[in-house]
Design a protein around this ligand. Structure first.
Ligand SMILES: O=C(O)C(=O)[C@@H](O)CO
Ligand SMILES: [Mg+2]
Length: 283
Protein backbone atom coordinates (compact mmCIF):
# COMPACT_ATOMS: atom_id res chain seq x y z
CA UNK A 1 0.00 0.00 0.00
CA UNK A 2 1.64 3.32 -0.99
CA UNK A 3 2.40 5.77 1.81
CA UNK A 4 1.38 9.13 0.41
CA UNK A 5 2.72 12.45 1.62
CA UNK A 6 1.41 15.86 0.63
CA UNK A 7 3.69 18.32 -1.12
CA UNK A 8 2.73 21.60 0.54
CA UNK A 9 4.34 23.70 -2.20
CA UNK A 10 1.76 22.28 -4.63
CA UNK A 11 -1.24 21.32 -2.47
CA UNK A 12 -3.33 23.58 -0.23
CA UNK A 13 -1.61 26.67 -1.63
CA UNK A 14 -4.75 28.74 -1.02
CA UNK A 15 -3.80 28.56 2.69
CA UNK A 16 -0.92 30.28 4.49
CA UNK A 17 2.03 27.88 4.63
CA UNK A 18 1.71 26.98 8.32
CA UNK A 19 -2.01 26.22 7.93
CA UNK A 20 -1.38 23.67 5.18
CA UNK A 21 -0.16 21.09 7.74
CA UNK A 22 -3.58 20.77 9.42
CA UNK A 23 -5.32 20.60 6.05
CA UNK A 24 -3.07 17.74 4.92
CA UNK A 25 -3.62 15.82 8.18
CA UNK A 26 -7.39 16.36 7.95
CA UNK A 27 -7.37 14.80 4.48
CA UNK A 28 -5.56 11.68 5.67
CA UNK A 29 -1.93 12.40 4.83
CA UNK A 30 0.55 11.05 7.38
CA UNK A 31 3.53 13.00 6.05
CA UNK A 32 4.42 16.24 4.28
CA UNK A 33 7.13 17.54 2.00
CA UNK A 34 7.70 20.97 0.40
CA UNK A 35 10.35 23.04 -1.31
CA UNK A 36 11.59 25.43 1.39
CA UNK A 37 10.93 25.88 5.14
CA UNK A 38 13.34 28.81 5.53
CA UNK A 39 10.76 31.60 5.77
CA UNK A 40 9.62 30.19 9.12
CA UNK A 41 11.37 29.43 12.38
CA UNK A 42 12.07 25.69 12.64
CA UNK A 43 10.27 25.49 15.99
CA UNK A 44 7.06 26.91 14.43
CA UNK A 45 7.10 24.21 11.77
CA UNK A 46 7.99 21.53 14.30
CA UNK A 47 4.96 22.60 16.32
CA UNK A 48 2.64 22.20 13.31
CA UNK A 49 4.07 18.75 12.65
CA UNK A 50 3.54 17.73 16.27
CA UNK A 51 0.06 19.28 16.50
CA UNK A 52 -1.07 17.32 13.47
CA UNK A 53 0.82 14.07 13.99
CA UNK A 54 2.72 14.48 10.72
CA UNK A 55 6.11 13.18 9.60
CA UNK A 56 8.40 15.65 7.84
CA UNK A 57 9.37 13.48 4.88
CA UNK A 58 11.74 15.82 3.05
CA UNK A 59 12.42 19.36 1.85
CA UNK A 60 15.00 21.07 -0.37
CA UNK A 61 18.29 22.70 0.56
CA UNK A 62 18.22 26.40 -0.37
CA UNK A 63 19.18 27.25 -3.95
CA UNK A 64 21.11 30.36 -2.92
CA UNK A 65 22.77 31.48 0.30
CA UNK A 66 21.35 31.26 3.81
CA UNK A 67 18.90 34.19 3.61
CA UNK A 68 15.31 33.03 3.12
CA UNK A 69 14.09 36.06 1.14
CA UNK A 70 17.15 35.94 -1.09
CA UNK A 71 16.62 32.21 -1.60
CA UNK A 72 12.99 32.72 -2.63
CA UNK A 73 13.95 35.60 -4.93
CA UNK A 74 16.67 33.47 -6.51
CA UNK A 75 14.19 30.60 -7.01
CA UNK A 76 11.65 32.95 -8.57
CA UNK A 77 14.38 34.27 -10.87
CA UNK A 78 15.20 30.73 -12.06
CA UNK A 79 17.97 29.55 -9.72
CA UNK A 80 17.76 25.78 -9.40
CA UNK A 81 20.56 24.86 -7.03
CA UNK A 82 24.31 25.06 -6.68
CA UNK A 83 25.60 21.51 -6.42
CA UNK A 84 26.98 21.38 -9.97
CA UNK A 85 28.07 25.01 -10.24
CA UNK A 86 31.87 25.52 -10.31
CA UNK A 87 33.13 28.41 -8.19
CA UNK A 88 30.19 28.56 -5.76
CA UNK A 89 31.23 25.72 -3.47
CA UNK A 90 31.38 27.90 -0.34
CA UNK A 91 27.81 29.12 -0.92
CA UNK A 92 26.69 25.55 -1.56
CA UNK A 93 28.16 24.52 1.79
CA UNK A 94 26.31 27.33 3.55
CA UNK A 95 23.01 26.13 2.10
CA UNK A 96 23.60 22.55 3.18
CA UNK A 97 24.54 23.58 6.71
CA UNK A 98 21.33 25.60 7.06
CA UNK A 99 19.23 22.78 5.63
CA UNK A 100 20.73 20.29 8.08
CA UNK A 101 19.88 22.58 11.01
CA UNK A 102 16.26 22.55 9.85
CA UNK A 103 16.35 18.80 9.27
CA UNK A 104 17.47 18.27 12.83
CA UNK A 105 14.76 20.54 14.26
CA UNK A 106 12.06 18.89 12.12
CA UNK A 107 13.33 15.34 12.75
CA UNK A 108 13.54 14.98 9.00
CA UNK A 109 15.76 12.20 7.68
CA UNK A 110 15.79 13.14 3.98
CA UNK A 111 17.05 16.27 2.23
CA UNK A 112 16.84 17.00 -1.50
CA UNK A 113 19.87 18.80 -2.91
CA UNK A 114 19.17 20.39 -6.29
CA UNK A 115 21.89 19.94 -8.90
CA UNK A 116 21.49 23.33 -10.57
CA UNK A 117 21.46 24.64 -14.10
CA UNK A 118 24.68 24.35 -16.06
CA UNK A 119 26.12 27.90 -16.13
CA UNK A 120 26.54 29.17 -19.69
CA UNK A 121 30.22 29.87 -18.93
CA UNK A 122 30.69 26.13 -18.35
CA UNK A 123 28.44 24.75 -21.09
CA UNK A 124 31.51 23.67 -23.04
CA UNK A 125 33.22 22.23 -19.98
CA UNK A 126 30.81 19.65 -18.61
CA UNK A 127 33.73 17.73 -17.10
CA UNK A 128 34.24 20.61 -14.63
CA UNK A 129 30.51 20.72 -13.89
CA UNK A 130 30.46 16.99 -13.26
CA UNK A 131 33.54 17.08 -11.04
CA UNK A 132 32.04 19.92 -9.00
CA UNK A 133 28.78 18.03 -8.60
CA UNK A 134 30.59 14.90 -7.45
CA UNK A 135 32.81 16.66 -4.94
CA UNK A 136 30.00 18.84 -3.55
CA UNK A 137 27.83 15.76 -3.08
CA UNK A 138 30.66 13.90 -1.35
CA UNK A 139 31.11 16.80 1.06
CA UNK A 140 27.35 17.15 1.64
CA UNK A 141 26.88 13.42 2.22
CA UNK A 142 29.56 13.44 4.91
CA UNK A 143 27.85 16.36 6.67
CA UNK A 144 24.43 14.75 6.32
CA UNK A 145 25.65 11.39 7.63
CA UNK A 146 26.79 13.09 10.82
CA UNK A 147 23.17 14.23 11.28
CA UNK A 148 21.64 10.85 10.35
CA UNK A 149 20.24 12.39 7.15
CA UNK A 150 19.95 10.82 3.71
CA UNK A 151 20.58 13.11 0.73
CA UNK A 152 18.44 12.85 -2.39
CA UNK A 153 19.14 13.87 -5.97
CA UNK A 154 16.28 14.17 -8.45
CA UNK A 155 16.40 13.95 -12.26
CA UNK A 156 14.18 16.79 -13.52
CA UNK A 157 12.77 17.38 -16.99
CA UNK A 158 14.30 20.13 -19.10
CA UNK A 159 10.96 21.45 -20.33
CA UNK A 160 10.17 22.68 -16.80
CA UNK A 161 13.80 23.41 -15.90
CA UNK A 162 15.78 24.24 -19.05
CA UNK A 163 19.46 23.52 -18.66
CA UNK A 164 19.07 21.49 -15.44
CA UNK A 165 22.10 19.25 -15.06
CA UNK A 166 20.50 16.04 -13.70
CA UNK A 167 17.83 14.77 -16.07
CA UNK A 168 17.91 10.96 -16.28
CA UNK A 169 17.64 8.01 -13.91
CA UNK A 170 20.75 6.27 -15.28
CA UNK A 171 22.74 9.49 -14.83
CA UNK A 172 21.57 9.77 -11.21
CA UNK A 173 22.43 6.16 -10.37
CA UNK A 174 25.85 6.54 -12.04
CA UNK A 175 26.52 9.57 -9.81
CA UNK A 176 25.52 7.55 -6.74
CA UNK A 177 28.12 4.95 -7.72
CA UNK A 178 30.79 7.60 -8.30
CA UNK A 179 30.13 9.46 -5.06
CA UNK A 180 30.16 6.21 -3.14
CA UNK A 181 28.20 7.44 -0.13
CA UNK A 182 25.72 5.07 1.50
CA UNK A 183 23.41 7.97 2.40
CA UNK A 184 22.94 9.26 -1.17
CA UNK A 185 19.71 8.15 -2.88
CA UNK A 186 17.54 9.04 -5.85
CA UNK A 187 14.29 10.99 -5.64
CA UNK A 188 12.41 9.35 -8.53
CA UNK A 189 9.75 11.75 -9.73
CA UNK A 190 7.66 9.75 -12.17
CA UNK A 191 6.30 12.90 -13.83
CA UNK A 192 9.82 13.99 -14.82
CA UNK A 193 10.83 10.41 -15.66
CA UNK A 194 7.91 9.97 -18.05
CA UNK A 195 8.65 13.27 -19.82
CA UNK A 196 12.38 12.64 -20.24
CA UNK A 197 12.52 8.87 -20.69
CA UNK A 198 9.21 7.03 -20.56
CA UNK A 199 9.30 3.28 -19.91
CA UNK A 200 8.56 4.07 -16.27
CA UNK A 201 7.70 0.53 -15.15
CA UNK A 202 10.95 -0.89 -16.52
CA UNK A 203 12.87 1.85 -14.75
CA UNK A 204 11.11 1.06 -11.48
CA UNK A 205 11.97 -2.61 -11.95
CA UNK A 206 15.62 -1.73 -12.61
CA UNK A 207 16.15 0.73 -9.79
CA UNK A 208 13.76 0.04 -6.88
CA UNK A 209 15.33 -3.37 -6.12
CA UNK A 210 18.76 -1.70 -5.79
CA UNK A 211 17.48 -0.01 -2.62
CA UNK A 212 18.75 3.34 -3.93
CA UNK A 213 15.38 4.92 -4.73
CA UNK A 214 14.81 6.89 -1.53
CA UNK A 215 11.66 8.72 -2.52
CA UNK A 216 9.04 8.66 -5.28
CA UNK A 217 6.85 11.54 -6.47
CA UNK A 218 3.78 11.43 -8.67
CA UNK A 219 1.64 13.66 -10.89
CA UNK A 220 -0.24 13.21 -14.11
CA UNK A 221 1.61 13.76 -17.39
CA UNK A 222 1.60 16.16 -19.16
CA UNK A 223 -0.59 18.39 -16.96
CA UNK A 224 1.09 17.75 -13.58
CA UNK A 225 -2.30 17.39 -11.92
CA UNK A 226 -4.03 14.62 -9.92
CA UNK A 227 -2.66 11.17 -10.85
CA UNK A 228 -5.99 9.96 -12.21
CA UNK A 229 -5.67 11.17 -15.80
CA UNK A 230 -3.06 11.62 -18.51
CA UNK A 231 -0.64 9.24 -20.16
CA UNK A 232 0.63 7.39 -17.04
CA UNK A 233 -1.57 4.62 -15.64
CA UNK A 234 -1.02 5.20 -11.92
CA UNK A 235 -3.17 2.31 -10.67
CA UNK A 236 -0.74 0.03 -12.50
CA UNK A 237 2.39 1.98 -11.56
CA UNK A 238 1.56 2.20 -7.86
CA UNK A 239 0.65 -1.48 -7.72
CA UNK A 240 4.04 -2.15 -9.32
CA UNK A 241 5.73 -0.21 -6.51
CA UNK A 242 3.96 -2.51 -4.06
CA UNK A 243 5.03 -5.58 -6.04
CA UNK A 244 8.61 -4.31 -5.91
CA UNK A 245 8.28 -3.90 -2.12
CA UNK A 246 9.07 -0.17 -2.29
CA UNK A 247 8.96 1.00 1.32
CA UNK A 248 9.51 4.76 0.93
CA UNK A 249 7.00 7.58 0.72
CA UNK A 250 5.14 8.64 -2.42
CA UNK A 251 5.02 12.42 -2.65
CA UNK A 252 1.91 13.98 -4.17
CA UNK A 253 3.58 16.77 -6.11
CA UNK A 254 0.83 18.00 -8.40
CA UNK A 255 -1.29 21.09 -8.95
CA UNK A 256 -4.96 20.45 -8.17
CA UNK A 257 -6.87 20.76 -11.42
CA UNK A 258 -9.50 22.89 -9.71
CA UNK A 259 -6.84 25.50 -8.96
CA UNK A 260 -5.83 27.06 -5.66
CA UNK A 261 -9.15 28.07 -4.17
CA UNK A 262 -10.47 26.83 -0.86
CA UNK A 263 -11.37 23.14 -1.08
CA UNK A 264 -9.70 22.49 -4.44
CA UNK A 265 -7.09 20.09 -3.06
CA UNK A 266 -9.62 18.15 -1.00
CA UNK A 267 -12.09 17.95 -3.87
CA UNK A 268 -9.34 16.48 -6.05
CA UNK A 269 -8.38 13.73 -3.60
CA UNK A 270 -11.00 11.18 -4.65
CA UNK A 271 -8.24 9.40 -6.59
CA UNK A 272 -6.47 8.43 -3.34
CA UNK A 273 -9.32 6.20 -2.17
CA UNK A 274 -8.63 3.73 -4.98
CA UNK A 275 -5.10 3.15 -3.72
CA UNK A 276 -6.29 2.31 -0.26
CA UNK A 277 -7.64 -0.96 -1.66
CA UNK A 278 -5.35 -4.02 -1.55
CA UNK A 279 -2.87 -3.88 -4.45
CA UNK A 280 -4.12 -7.23 -5.75
CA UNK A 281 -7.48 -5.67 -6.64
CA UNK A 282 -5.83 -3.02 -8.86
CA UNK A 283 -5.04 -4.10 -12.42
O1 LIG B 1 10.27 20.05 -9.07
C1 LIG B 1 10.28 18.94 -8.52
O2 LIG B 1 9.89 17.94 -9.11
C2 LIG B 1 10.74 18.78 -7.14
O3 LIG B 1 10.62 17.72 -6.59
C3 LIG B 1 11.33 19.91 -6.43
O4 LIG B 1 11.76 19.53 -5.16
C4 LIG B 1 12.46 20.53 -7.15
O5 LIG B 1 12.71 21.66 -6.47
MG1 LIG C 1 9.76 16.27 -7.88
Amino acid sequence: MPRFCANLSFLYTELPFLDRFAAAARDGFAGVEYFFPYGHAPQDIAQRLADNGLVQVLFNAPVAGPDSAANQAAWDAGARGLACVPGREAEFQTTVRLALEYAQALQCTQLHVLAGVVPSAHAADLAAVHATYRSNLRWACAQAAAHGVQLLIEPINTRDMPGYYLTRQDQAHAILAEVGAANLHVQMDLYHCQIMEGDVTTKLRSYVPTGRVGHVQIASVPMRQEPDQGELNYPFVLAELDRLAYRGWVGCEYRPRLGAHNGATQAGLAWMQAYRKPASTIS
